[in-house]
Design a protein around this ligand. Structure first.
Ligand SMILES: Nc1ncnc2c1ncn2[C@@H]1O[C@H](COP(=O)(O)OP(=O)(O)OP(=O)(O)O)[C@@H](O)[C@H]1O
Length: 664
C-alpha cells in the first residue's frame, strides 16, 4: 500500500490522520483502507467465533463493523512523506505566529515514537521532530528580514508526575525544583521547566537527544523498548522584524506529543511497578478522552482539563486556537484488532473537536515608544514649519514651565478681579493650564467660604445672644429674616459671605454701641445652601459679576426674563423695569460697601465677646440693615414686574386674537 491522499475537507476541526504500522500479519480481511484516505473500515469477528470477546478484551461486542472517517491515511508511507504531509505546515504556521500540536495516539508498539522521533539506526528513518528542526533552521536562514528566536522544552509525564527531560543540560537553572503548571495570558506553562535557547539545528538536536536519553523506560511484555510515559517536545518561536520601526511580533509554540501506549491494563500482563504505570497511563488517557468528549459537546461550559497533568498541560494545545493534528497509530496485525478499534474510536472523537487557529501577535512596548517618539518629533517639525509660514513662530507647544504657570496665575487672578478683559491664549497646553488655575481659584474660594462658615458656627456654638438689639434693629432684622427668607420667599444671598453675617436669627447691641451677633446652625446651613443656588446675577443692568439678589427668581423669574419684549413694552413695564434696575445697582453698591467694611474689620482683627461671638460695629450693622431693606424693595419690584409680564402676555394674546378675527 502506498500513502493515501488526504480525504478530508473538514475545515475548523482537529485533523486526524491514521498511520498504519507495517505488519507481515496484516489483517487484510478485517481492515479496509479507503483508497482516497477518507475512511477506514474495520470488521471484527463476532463473538462466538474462534475467539471469545473476553479474550480479545474488546468491550463493545454488539457491533462487529466499524467505519471511521479520517483526514488521511499513511500506509507504508516514508517518514519524509509523513513530515511533508502533516509536519511541514506546522513549522510554517508556527513562524507565522500560529500554535500547533501534533499528537500520536495508539497502542504500544504501533509506531508513535517512530513517528515523533523516529528510529535511531537509520538517518532516513528520523521522525517528525528532527525533520521539523532541520526545516525550521532552513526557514530561519531564508528569512533574513526576520529575527527568529527558538527555545525548547522537553517534558515527560510519568505516573502523573512531571519531569524535565532537559534538567541535565549544563545551562539548566532550575534543576531539582518542583514543576508546576501555570496559566498566564491564556497560555499554559510549566514553572520550573528549563527553557533552552537553541541557536542552531545542532543545538536543537542535542536537546532532543539529551531528552531521549533521559526518558524513563521500562521493560514490558508487549515491547521491551516501550516507553511508559507521555513526552512533549515543545518548540517556542518568537518572530520579530529586523526593522526597528515594526513593534509587532509573534509568539508561537509547537508541541510534539508522544503519548504512552493506550492498550488496556489487562492486556499488558504487567505486574508490580509496571502495572502501576499502566494504571496511571490508563487513567490519564481516559482523562484525555473525557476532555476531548467535553470539547466536542456544544454548550458545555466546563472542560475537565485539570483532572490530570497531561490534559492540563495540553489545555491550550487541543483544538481551540491551536492547529492540532492527531496521528492515530494503528498496528494492523490480526491480533491487535480490538486495540485498533479502540484507537480509532478515540481518533473519531478527536476529529470532532473544533480547531480555529489564531495568530499570536503581540506588540513590543519599547519599540512602540520609539516609533511614537519619532512620529511626535516629525509632527513637531511639521507644526513648526506650518506656524512659521503663518507668522506664528512665537507659539510654543512645550509643557508649561513654572515661570509661565506663575504668569498665567497672575493673569487669571486679574481676570477674576475684573482688571483684565482677556487672557491671551495660543496653545492647548495654555488653555488646559488656565482651566486648572480657574479650578484652583474656585476651590480655594470655596474652602475659604467653608472655613468662614465653620468659624461662625463655632462662634455661635460658643455663645448665643450676647445682648438685645435696639428695638428698631430687632424689628428690621428680626427672626423673619433668618436665612435668606424675606416674606416667606428666598430673596437671595449676595455671595454667601456678607449675607452670612447679615442673616441672623438674633442680633444684639451692647451698651457701648457695639453690635453683637450670634447665629444659629440652621441659619448658617440655609445661608450656605441658598448662596450655592443663587450665585447668578439676576439683573441685566448695573450688576456686578457675582453680586446681586436672586430675589427668589428661577430662570424664568430673572429681570431679564421679565423684561418686556421689544415692541411690546408698555410704559408701566418700562418704568418698573428701570426701578428694579436701579434697586439692583443699589444692592450691589451696598454689598460692596459691606464688603469693604468687612475687609476693614478683618484687617483690624476680628473681635469676639467673652462667649466667642463676633463683634461688628454700628456702621456695618446699619449697612446690613439697609441691604435688607433694599432687598425687600427689590423683591417687591420683582413681583410687580412678574405681574406686569403676565398682563402683557395676556394683552398680547388678546391682540393676536383680535387681529385674527379682523383678518377673517
Ligand atoms: N511505520 C513504521 N515503519 C517501520 N517500522 C515501524 C513503523 N512503526 C513502528 N515501527 C517499528 O515498531 C516498533 C515499535 O514502534 P514504537 O516504539 O514507535 O512504538 P510506540 O507506539 O512508540 O510504542 P510505545 O507506546 O511503547 O512507546 C519500533 O521498532 C519501530 O521501529
Amino acid at each position: 500500500r502506498k500513502q493515501m491522499k488526504s480525504g478530508g475537507n473538514r475545515s475548523k476541526k482537529v485533523k486526524v490522520w491514521v498511520r498504519v504500522r507495517p505488519s507481515q500479519n496484516f489483517a487484510d480481511d478485517a481492515i479496509k483502507l479507503d483508497p482516497e484516505g477518507r475512511s477506514l473500515q474495520i470488521s471484527v469477528p463476532r463473538p462466538g467465533g474462534d475467539q471469545q470477546p473476553q479474550q480479545r478484551g474488546f468491550a463493545n461486542n454488539q457491533r462487529s463493523d466499524w467505519s471511521f472517517r479520517t483526514d488521511g491515511i499513511f500506509s507504508n508511507s516514508s517518514q519524509q512523506e509523513v513530515y511533508e504531509t502533516v509536519g511541514a505546515d506546522l513549522i510554517e504556521s508556527g513562524l507565522a505566529g500560529y500554535n500547533g500540536t501534533i499528537m500520536c495516539y495508539g497502542q504500544t508498539g504501533a509506531g508513535k515514537t517512530f513517528t515523533i522521533t523516529g528510529a535511531t539506526e537509520m538517518f532516513h528513518n528520523r521522525g517528525l521532530v528532527p525533520r521539523a528542526l532541520s526545516h525550521l533552521y532552513k526557514e530561519i536562514e531564508a528569512k533574513s528580514d526576520l529575527a527568529i528566536t527558538v527555545r525548547i522544552t522537553y517534558l515527560e509525564i510519568y505516573n502523573d508526575t512531571m519531569l524535565d527531560l532537559l534538567a541535565t543540560m549544563p545551562d539548566s537553572q532550575e534543576a531539582g525544583s518542583p514543576l508546576v503548571i501555570t496559566e498566564e495570558n491564556g497560555g499554559v506553562y510549566v514553572k520550573g521547566l528549563n527553557v533552552h535557547l537553541a541557536q542552531s539545528e545542532e543545538e536543537a538536536l542535542n536537546l532532543l537527544f539529551e531528552g531521549e536519553t533521559n526518558r524513563a523506560t521500562a521493560a514490558h511484555a508487549l515491547n521491551k523498548n516501550s516507553s511508559r510515559s507521555h513526552t512533549i517536545f515543545t518548540v517556542y518561536l518568537e518572530t520579530r522584524s529586523r526593522f526597528q520601526s515594526n513593534s509587532k511580533y509573534t509568539m508561537s509554540k509547537i508541541n510534539f506529543v508522544d503519548l504512552a501506549g493506550s492498550e488496556r491494563l489487562q492486556k499488558t500482563l504487567s505486574t508490580g511497578k509496571t502495572q502501576q504505570e499502566a494504571s496511571y497511563i490508563n487513567k490519564s488517557l481516559s482523562f484525555l478522552e473525557q476532555t476531548v468528549i467535553a470539547l466536542t459537546e456544544k454548550n458545555r461550559d466546563h472542560v475537565p482539563y485539570r483532572q490530570s497533568k497531561l490534559t492540563h498541560y495540553l489545555k491550550d494545545s487541543i483544538g481551540g486556537g491551536c492547529k492540532t493534528i492527531l496521528i492515530a497509530n494503528i498496528w494492523g496485525d490480526v491480533r491487535q484488532l480490538d486495540e485498533t478499534v479502540s484507537t480509532m474510536r478515540f481518533a473519531q472523537r478527536m476529529s470532532c473537536v473544533a480547531s480555529e487557529p489564531v495568530e499570536n501577535q503581540r506588540t513590543d512596548p519599547s519599540i512602540m515608544v520609539k516609533v511614537l517618539e519619532a512620529e511626535i518629533a516629525a509632527l513637531k517639525k511639521e507644526l513648526a514649519m506650518h506656524n512659521t509660514l503663518h507668522n506664528k513662530s512665537h507659539i510654543h507647544y512645550e509643557p508649561i514651565s513654572e515661570q509661565q504657570r506663575f504668569e498665567l496665575r497672575q493673569q487669571v487672578q486679574r481676570y477674576i478681579d475684573g482688571d483684565l478683559d482677556d487672557i491671551d491664549l495660543t496653545s492647548i497646553r495654555q488653555i488646559q493650564a488656565v482651566f486648572e488655575l480657574f479650578r484652583e481659584a474656585c476651590l480655594a474660594s470655596r474652602e475659604e467660604a467653608d472655613a468662614r462658615l465653620q468659624e461662625l458656627l463655632a462662634a455661635q456654638q460658643a455663645g448665643g445672644v450676647a445682648a438685645t438689639p435696639p428695638e428698631g434693629a430687632a424689628r428690621s432684622l428680626g427672626p423673619s429674616t433668618s436665612g435668606a427668607q424675606l416674606g416667606g420667599e428666598a430673596v437671595g444671598d449676595l455671595d454667601g459671605r456678607s449675607f452670612g453675617i447679615a442673616a441672623r436669627s438674633e442680633v444684639g447691641m451692647d451698651e457701648s454701641g457695639v453690635f453683637l451677633q450670634s447665629k444659629r446652625r440652621e441659619a448658617a446651613a440655609a445661608t450656605a445652601a441658598s448662596s450655592k443656588k443663587q450665585r447668578q446675577h439676576p439683573l441685566g443692568a448695573g450688576g456686578g459679576s457675582s453680586s446681586g439678589a436672586a430675589a427668589g427668581a428661577d430662570s424664568e423669574g430673572t429681570l431679564d426674563a421679565l423684561r418686556p419684549s421689544r415692541g411690546r413694552r408698555c410704559q408701566a413695564g418700562d418704568a418698573a423695569f428701570e426701578d428694579a434696575g436701579v434697586r439692583g445697582t443699589e444692592i450691589d453698591r451696598s454689598r460692596l460697601r459691606l464688603d469693604a467694611l468687612k475687609v476693614e474689620r478683618e484687617a483690624q482683627g476680628n473681635l469676639y465677646t467673652d462667649e466667642g461671638e463676633l463683634i461688628i460695629n454700628e456702621e456695618e450693622f446699619v449697612e446690613i440693615k439697609k441691604l435688607r431693606q433694599l432687598k425687600e424693595s427689590y423683591k417687591a419690584d420683582f413681583d410687580r414686574l412678574k405681574e406686569l409680564k403676565t398682563q402683557i402676555h395676556y394683552c398680547q394674546k388678546m391682540v393676536d386674537l383680535t387681529r385674527q378675527k379682523l383678518i377673517q
